[in-house]
Write a protein that binds this ligand. Structure first.
Ligand code: MRU
Length: 355
């Protein structure tokens, strides 16, 4: 694929088009490329809950556009104060998924903007805020990509979990952005992608992004990661994050904690790549992060096909928390923080934002 045709520039997980939010339906990738159009905020909230769009930064961008729809509907109703009238829709958006803090962060940005708008229609001004938030996410990813690539040896073999690419963000990706940047500079010999049960974000989405760009990818069962790390082939484990507590404890896709333990045991660097918007200064420690549990059927079936006997139960927490002590570095757009802890996170949050 030519450089000007790369997937992450051609395909956006989230787009604002013709007064609606267009979401690339990630439930049916890679077999089917189909967009779902949401014309109302409740439709956006339902799409987030149903995993049409997923990945913490992409959820945040989607919620920001959803807030524009909420305000647009409230303003059109023209009964009383549009801010008050938008409240129920904004609350629906906020409750659509519990762990990814980028969701609440994006809605806070939108609500702060709503509070300061001059009289007149608020829609155009809020759309500009949402678009800026989207563009800033892509810029942050590119910066993290460059910073992270500098930590890898040339021609590295890396292991990643879930999908942290263009599909999971405004564009380009966090951990997968590091892979992209490394491929463009020192080269990447192989990206090992955990399949990431039960939704198969690694096997379906990460593999699709990499194959589309001609980058080497090997999918493995989640349970094969230990043997791979033991082999000595892996230069680094790269993962994203859904919420980082004030002490550096990090919630990410279920299975991340196990990978961090294995990486530490085998002396492989474990890097978390996430924008500042994923840091939740209001949550002191990882054990206070709300962990989403989804339907049992997601585990008892794979892609709709049941493989457990009727009557079997399933436990389906979709995130886990990796203690900060197992993280060798946190890579953000404001810099790389080795061995994240409360003091380091405080310094990072106080550092200047991107120009
Ligand atoms: O349940 P998902 O698919 O929304 O979970 C996504 C993850 O856990 C990602 O690793 C995380 O959001 C970081 S994406 C840049």
């Amino acid at each position: 694929m030519a450089v000007d045709e790369v997937l992450y520039d051609k395909v956006r997980a989230v787009e604002w088009r013709d007064g609606a939010v267009w979401l690339l339906d990630q439930r049916v990738l890679p077999g089917t490329l189909r967009y779902e159009t949401c014309a109302t905020a409740p439709e956006v909230a339902a799409a987030i809950t149903a995993m049409v769009v997923r990945g913490a930064p992409a959820i945040g961008v989607t919620a920001a556009y959803g807030a524009v729809l909420a305000v647009s509907a409230a303003y059109a109703r023209a009964v009383g104060d549009w801010r008050a009238s938008a409240r129920a829709d904004l609350a629906l958006l906020r409750a659509s998924r519990p762990t990814a803090v980028n969701l609440g962060w994006a809605l806070d940005v939108m609500e702060r903007a709503m509070a300061t708008l001059p009289p007149g229609s608020p829609v155009a001004a809020l759309l500009a805020v949402a678009r800026r938030l989207h563009e800033e996410d892509i810029a942050a990813n590119r910066r993290m990509g460059a910073l992270g690539a500098a930590l890898l040896p040339p021609q590295a073999r890396v292991l990643t979990h879930c999908n942290t690419g263009a599909l999971a963000t405004g564009g380009y990706g966090t951990a997968l952005g590091v892979v992209r940047a490394a491929a463009a500079t020192g080269g990447i010999t192989m990206v090992y992608a955990d399949e990431t049960r039960p939704w198969l974000q690694g096997a379906r989405l990460t593999a699709w992004e990499l194959v589309e760009e001609g980058l080497p990818v090997t999918v493995l069962a989640d349970s094969a990661a230990g043997a791979l790390l033991r082999s000595g082939a892996i230069a680094a484990v790269l993962v994203g994050a859904d919420r980082i507590a004030a002490n550096g404890d990090t919630a990410n896709k279920i299975g991340t904690y196990g990978l961090a333990v294995l990486a530490r045991h085998h002396g492989v660097p474990f890097y978390v790549v996430a924008p500042i918007s994923t840091i939740d200064a209001a949550t002191p420690e990882g054990r206070m992060i709300p962990i989403e549990e989804r339907a049992e059927g997601e585990v008892l079936r794979c892609q709709g096909v049941a493989h457990s006997p009727a009557g079997a139960r399933a436990w389906n927490p979709v995130f886990d928390v990796t203690p900060a002590g197992l993280i060798d570095a946190l890579i953000t757009e404001r810099g790389v923080l080795p061995h994240p802890d409360a003091e380091g996170i405080r310094r990072l949050l106080a550092a200047p934002t991107l120009a």
